[in-house]
Design a protein around this ligand. Structure first.
Ligand SMILES: C[S@@+](CC[C@H](N)C(=O)[O-])C[C@H]1O[C@@H](n2cnc3c(N)ncnc32)[C@H](O)[C@@H]1O
Length: 279
């Protein structure tokens, strides 16, 4: 685990001086500016899934502000577009919010560092596998977690491969990394913690919701977008004491969740929607 912080470049308020960063545009837009997002040929560039995740955060902004998180975390930060946007959505001028982001790719940590700096946002960056080494320090402390995992179904041996492949390679059903993230999220999230995660239809999001339901989480699809090839769901999870699977069998719940998902119309072109559907 390697720890990097961009805090030395930051002035006291969490914002750099106007000469160093174009504060006006990103404060108005509330998301990271693509022209200020750094890049590297071995680092995942912000793509439709990254935009859908940030759109979900924007759609949920009023709830996020009311939620008033003190610890926000991204697992798999890539270019830094999402964690930077989250900080801007919450308002970098609001003090007392800590941001932490991890990635297994050292180039991603470097690029995220540059993206944060370009926007005058402060975060702690850690080169590690998911959240390895942070289990004790962050247990029960994370109020908002965002994850756009490698979710593409691929041969198993591509999962965790060096460089850009690890950005998308998800192994069987694209679930290899997702299935490792879920228990970590459960361990790190605070009692009021929220998890926003990107999933693909091929990942079987209903079954992911069921797994989380067994851990006591309710879930909701915030955004669903489709192409001819794939359908993305941005799912929000939160602890809910009323959420148990005691009275229903797994099969009946999977059928119920599957029918809910199948009611969402799929269009052949990308489209955006915010949704109140429970997952
Ligand atoms: C689909 S990309 C998303 C990047 C960025 N969050 C975004 O939305 O644009 C997935 C990211 O997860 C990282 N990643 C893959 N496996 C990981 C692991 N085991 N632990 C931490 N990060 C991982 C990849 O290096 C990549 O940066």
């Amino acid at each position: 685990m390697l720890l990097v912080s961009n805090s030395s470049a930051i002035l006291g308020s969490g914002l750099r001086s106007p000469e160093e960063a174009d504060m006006t545009s990103y404060k108005e837009n509330r998301t990271a500016q693509i022209r200020l997002v750094s890049s590297h040929n071995e680092v995942y560039e912000p793509c439709d899934d990254s935009f859908a995740l940030v759109d979900a955060l924007l759609a949920d902004r009023s709830n996020l502000l009311e939620h008033s998180p003190t610890m926000c975390m991204e697992i798999g930060c890539g270019s830094g577009y999402v964690i930077t946007s989250l900080a801007l959505i919450l308002g970098p001028e609001r003090g007392g919010v800590n941001y932490i982001a991890t990635d297994i790719n050292p180039n991603a940590v470097k690029v995220t560092h540059e993206t944060l700096d370009a926007h005058g946002v402060d975060a702690e960056l850690i080169l590690t596998d998911i959240a390895s080494g942070l289990e004790n320090r962050l247990a029960g402390l994370v109020d908002v977690m965002v994850v756009n995992p490698p979710y593409v179904p691929t041969p198993e041996d591509e999962v965790g491969a060096e460089g850009i492949i690890s950005s998308w390679a998800g192994g069987e059903n694209g679930r290899r990394v997702i299935d490792r993230v879920l228990p970590v999220a459960d361990h790190l999230l605070s009692e009021k913690g929220w998890l926003y995660m990107v999933t693909l239809t091929a990942n079987n999001p209903s079954e992911i919701c069921l797994q989380m339901k067994k851990k006591g989480y309710a879930s909701k699809i915030i955004i669903q977008r489709s192409t001819e090839e794939e359908s993305l769901h941005i799912i929000k999870f939160w602890r809910d004491s009323d959420t148990t699977v005691d009275e229903v069998t797994d099969q009946s719940l999977i059928g119920f969740l599957g029918s809910l998902l199948s009611q969402i119309p799929l269009f052949s072109l990308w489209r955006g929607s915010t949704s109140n559907d429970n997952c």
